[in-house]
Write a protein that binds this ligand. Structure first.
Ligand code: TRP
Length: 459
C-alpha cells in the first residue's frame, strides 16, 4: 500500500503546486495578449470548466482505483494495449519541461538582476534571452536545483515548503494587483483584459485557450493520475478537483490583472505579445518603490515565481523518473540524472531560440501563417496544442470504452455518494461523454488540417 498524503489539504496543495506555476504568471498573460484580450479569458474559463474539470476528475479516478500510476495505472485490469498513453505522456512532459526549464532559469536570472538593483533589466530582456551563455547557465542552475530535490525524495521537503510558499505567492500577487490597478492609465489595460470583443475570436484563440487550459491545469497529459494514486479512497474527487482549478484560475486571473494594468500604464501594450512579457514589464514597476524597496519587493516576487516554477519542475521531473524507474528498473539516482540530462539537452535548442541562433529563432513557418515562429514556440505548440489534445482524447476514450463509464462513475461516487443524481455529477458525465470527445476531436482535426495541409477552415 502506498503512503498517502498526510491530509486532504496536503493533496490539494501538492496538486495545486504542480498546476500553479509559470503557466499562470508567465504564459497566461502573453497568451491573453496574443489571443485578443477579454475574449480569450472568457473562452479560457469555459474550457477550465467543461474540459479541465471532467479530465482532472477522470485522471485522478484512474490513478486512485488501484492506487497505481504511470504505465501500471493504464495496463492493470488487462488493459495492456493502452500502454501507449503513458508513453505519450512522457514525450509530452519531456517537450514541455525542456522549454519550461529555460523560463524557470530566467526567473532566477531576474531575481539576481533585481537584487543587484538593475531595474533596467526589463528593457534589456532581449539581450539576456539572446545570450546563449547566460540563459544556458541559468537553465542548468534551475535543473540542478530540481535534481537536488527529486533525488532526495519529494515528501518532506517540497510538500512542506509548498504549503508556505504558495500562500506567500498569492499574497504578493494580490498586493501587486492592488497597487497596479491604481496606476494611471491602468483602466485601458483592464478594459482590454476584461471586456470580451467577440470579433476577435479566431480558431487560433479557441485552440490556444484550450492548450493553455490543459497546460496550466497540468491535465490531459496523464500526469494527474499519479496524484490520484496517492489519494485515500473516501476522498471526494470532485471537490478536490474544483479546489485545484479554483486555485490555479485565481493565480492566472490575478496575474493578468497585474500585467495588463502595468503594460498599459507604462505604454508597453505593443510589446505585450511575446514570451518575455512579464520579464520586460515588471522590473520597471519595481523601480517605483525606490531603490531598496524595489529590490526587496522585486526579489521577493521573482523568487516566489521561481518557487512556483520549482514545484512544477519537481512534478515534471518526478513523473519522468518514476516512469523510467518502473519501466527500466533503473536506480532512482541514475534515472534522475538520465532524464534531467535529456531534458536539458533538448532545452538548449530553446535557449538558442530567443535570438542566439537565427535558425532556431526563425525555426518554422506554417503555411497558413505569414511569419516564422521560434523553436521554443514550435515545441510549445506541438506539445500544448497538438499532442496534449490527442493524449486527452485517448484518456477519455480509455475511460469510457476500456475502463467503462459505470466503473468511472463508481470510483467518482466514493466520497460523493449522490454523484449521479447531483447536477454537478450530471454535468461532468455529460461533458465526458459528449463535450470532451467532440470538442477535442474538432480541435485535433482542425489543427492537423492547418499545420500539415495549410487549410484554415474558419477563414
Ligand atoms: N501547470 C504547470 C504550470 O502552469 C505546467 C505543467 C504542465 C506541469 N504540465 C505539467 C507541471 C505536468 C507539472 C506536471 O506552470
Amino acid at each position: 500500500m502506498r503512503s498517502g498524503f498526510s491530509s486532504r489539504m496536503g493533496f490539494i496543495i501538492a496538486a495545486a503546486g504542480s498546476a500553479v506555476g509559470l503557466g499562470n504568471v508567465w504564459k497566461f498573460p502573453f497568451e491573453v495578449a496574443n489571443g485578443g484580450g477579454g475574449v480569450f479569458v472568457f473562452i479560457y474559463i469555459i474550457f477550465c470548466a467543461i474540459l479541465g474539470l471532467p479530465l482532472i476528475m477522470t485522471e485522478i479516478a484512474i490513478g486512485r482505483r488501484n492506487h497505481l500510476s504511470g504505465i501500471a495505472a493504464f495496463t492493470s485490469l488487462g488493459h495492456k494495449k493502452w500502454s501507449f498513453i503513458p508513453i505519450l505522456s512522457m514525450v509530452i512532459v519531456v517537450l514541455i519541461y525542456s522549454f519550461y526549464n529555460v523560463v524557470s532559469g530566467w526567473t532566477i536570472l531576474y531575481s539576481v538582476e533585481i537584487a543587484k538593483g538593475n531595474f533596467e533589466a526589463g528593457k534589456n530582456f532581449g539581450s539576456f534571452a539572446s545570450n546563449f551563455k547566460i540563459s544556458g547557465w541559468y537553465s542548468i542552475l534551475s535543473m540542478l536545483i530540481t535534481v537536488f530535490i527529486v533525488i532526495k525524495g519529494v515528501s518532506s521537503g517540497i510538500e512542506r515548503y509548498t504549503k508556505l510558499l504558495m500562500p506567500a505567492l498569492f499574497f504578493l500577487i494580490f498586493a501587486l494587483v492592488i497597487y497596479s490597478i491604481t496606476l494611471p492609465g491602468a483602466s485601458e489595460g483592464l478594459k482590454f483584459y476584461l471586456v470580451p470583443d467577440l470579433s476577435k475570436v479566431t480558431l487560433k484563440t479557441i485552440y490556444s485557450a484550450m492548450g493553455q487550459a490543459f497546460f496550466s491545469l497540468s491535465v490531459g497529459m496523464g500526469i494527474t493520475v499519479a496524484y490520484g494514486s496517492y489519494l485515500q479512497s473516501n476522498a471526494n474527487v470532485a471537490f478536490m478537483s474544483i479546489m485545484v482549478i479554483l486555485a490555479d484560475l485565481s493565480v492566472a486571473l490575478l496575474s493578468g490583472l497585474m500585467v495588463f494594468s502595468i503594460t498599459y500604464s507604462q505604454g508597453l501594450q505593443d510589446t505585450a505579445g511575446g514570451a518575455g512579457l512579464i520579464f520586460t514589464v515588471l522590473p520597471g514597476l519595481f523601480a517605483n518603490f525606490g531603490d531598496i524597496g524595489g529590490r526587496i519587493i522585486g526579489l521577493a516576487f521573482f523568487l516566489l515565481l521561481f518557487f512556483a516554477a520549482l514545484t512544477s519542475t519537481v512534478a515534471l521531473l518526478e513523473s519522468l523518473v518514476a516512469s523510467v524507474v518502473d519501466k527500466y528498473k533503473m536506480s532512482r539516482k541514475k534515472a534522475t540524472y538520465v532524464c534531467s540530462f535529456i531534458v536539458l539537452a533538448i532545452g538548449f535548442l530553446s535557449v538558442g531560440a530567443n535570438g542566439a541562433s537565427d535558425t532556431l529563432t526563425h525555426f518554422v513557418k506554417y503555411s497558413y501563417s505569414d511569419h516564422y515562429i521560434s523553436f521554443m514556440d514550435f515545441i510549445g505548440n506541438l506539445a500544448s496544442d497538438t499532442l496534449v489534445p490527442i493524449s486527452a482524447l485517448l484518456i477519455v476514450i480509455y475511460a469510457i470504452f476500456a475502463w467503462k463509464m459505470p466503473n468511472l462513475i463508481k470510483e467518482l461516487s466514493k466520497g460523493f455518494p449522490n454523484f449521479v443524481s447531483n447536477s454537478l455529477g450530471k454535468f461532468v458525465i455529460f461533458a465526458l461523454k459528449y463535450i470532451c470527445p467532440v470538442l477535442i476531436s474538432c480541435v485535433i482535426v482542425i489543427t492537423i488540417l492547418q499545420i500539415f495541409f495549410g487549410i484554415d477552415i474558419l477563414k
